[in-house]
Design a protein around this ligand. Sequence first.
Ligand SMILES: Nc1ncnc2c1ncn2[C@@H]1O[C@H](COP(=O)(O)OP(=O)(O)OP(=O)(O)O)[C@@H](O)[C@H]1O
Ligand SMILES: [Zn+2]
Length: 568
Amino acid sequence: MEVAEEEQLVRCPVCLRELPGAHINSHLDSCLQAGEGEVDPGSSTPCKRPRITAAPSGSQVEGQPDEARPATVLSFFHKGRGAGQSPGAAGRRSGAGREEAAAVKLEDGGSAGSGPALCGASLAQKLEGKPLAERLRPDTLGEYVGQERVLGAQTLLRSLLESHEIPSLILWGPPGCGKTTLAHIIANSSKKNGTRFVTLSATSAKTNDVRDVISQAQNEKRLFKRKTILFIDEIHRFNKSQQDTFLPHVECGTVTLIGATTENPSFQVNAALLSRCRVIVLEKLSVEAMEAILMRAVRSLGVQVLGQGDQHSSSATGSSSESSEFPVCIEEKALKTLAYLCDGDARTGLNGLQLAVQARLAVGKTTPLNIPKGGSADGILITEEHVKEGLQRSHILYDRAGEEHYNCISALHKSMRGSDENASLYWLARMLEGGEDPLYVARRLVRFASEDIGLADPLALTQAVAAYQGCHFIGMPECEVILAQCVVYFARAPKSIEVYKAYSNVKECLRMHTGPLPPVPLHLRNAPTTLMKNLGYGKGYKYNPMYKEPVEQDYLPEELKGTDFFKE
Ligand SMILES: Nc1ncnc2c1ncn2[C@@H]1O[C@H](COP(=O)(O)OP(=O)(O)OP(=O)(O)O)[C@@H](O)[C@H]1O
Ligand SMILES: [Zn+2]
């Protein structure tokens, strides 16, 4: 039933005309050159620069002809003179071509990303509804920024994806690095050969939901020979027995599993399941990748980027703004700061941008601007300060990888040690509201329980481990109160470093030791064989329960006899 690729109609992303697949590449080349009103030889009609309306993001792109050939779209945009490309910083980056691909997708006024800065009112409208991050979710590999190590040319994953051979995968990476996005891209590309794509979130799905999906997949496979890809977000939230539910079906190929997790899968994913999946480690996005993503976002919004000093544009090659309404611009520095502060989390970065823009629009204050190629005009300028404010308002000005992360956890630890429950709670909230991984805090609490409370209240350790488990089960935001309870418990608990110190003394003793370490005393050795018995293993050992009186016996090596590690 499949139409041969060449005969399939494909929509030109530039002029939106539908053409046979076989002609699209040559058409694109001429279409690009014809951008300024030349004649398109493919059809001998002029091919104007587009007015492309917003494309739905994510899974909704199913069946759109222009999505059907991502490689073509990519090659078009990589030709280097794509709409909106400039010699500025953005244009030099490797991801620049991808930026533009998406810019075109969202543009709904003016030419792709290069038009006059969008006026405030229509921009505000654009920002309503779906979050920017959602709307900008790439649909094709060509738009996917970064992650070259696993997805670059000649990587195994890329060739598998290009040949539509999707193995079962576990995508492991920090928040907002593009796990879900990658799954969507795989979904889009596999729809072409009729594969079904089903999404489940482990935070809300019940085991029954999994069963339903499986039985449907079985039917589809049996009756229509259709494959099913099952995407499970936050797969680590499923307990091991829930994971067991789909193990046999992954094994026999009823479903191809794609799981996404922020947690190390070796601990959180069933070993049997893990062995049937390829683990793809995604990294947090680099500052450069983040800049590319943000640049694409501002282009899609029609916001112009103003460079420092001379205020030349680093993004747009815009024509002059005829708009009677005010244009909206953002400082290049503001974008760079945002790219840096969001710590490789694209969702945080895009949300931060959205908030900053919305806040400025709400204030509505205009300043005289020197818009590149647009002359002077009054407009709204978004500065570095505004971006920082935007991040702060959404409680995300928190550098999860850097200084702040360590400073805050240290402040929490010291506040609990100092039995200050108010300060303890404050630092906990600073971290959680900033988007800190609750399990990171929970791990520190487990450590604290032994290091600082120790035997003064041995139940503290149980509390901490329980808190860790609780956080693991339910995740943020529900788990915050679990951590809060544990933190206050610890702040109020009696403290003892007796064990911690004694153990440090033992380690010190081992470190200071010169020469070979003393052998284990023979009487303490186990003697499972006759040979060992004959060698004197276990000889003279006094089995304590056999004695009514306390037993006189040495347990330390001879040379350490009588050492007290608990002494100051
Ligand atoms: N590599 C990328 N290239 C382009 N955009 C990206 C990339 N990664 C993330 N984004 C943007 O960030 C948004 C969030 O990314 P995504 O949902 O894929 O993150 P995730 O890794 O699944 O995060 P989480 O673990 O928090 O669910 C996307 O909608 C998209 O707009
Ligand atoms: Zn065209």
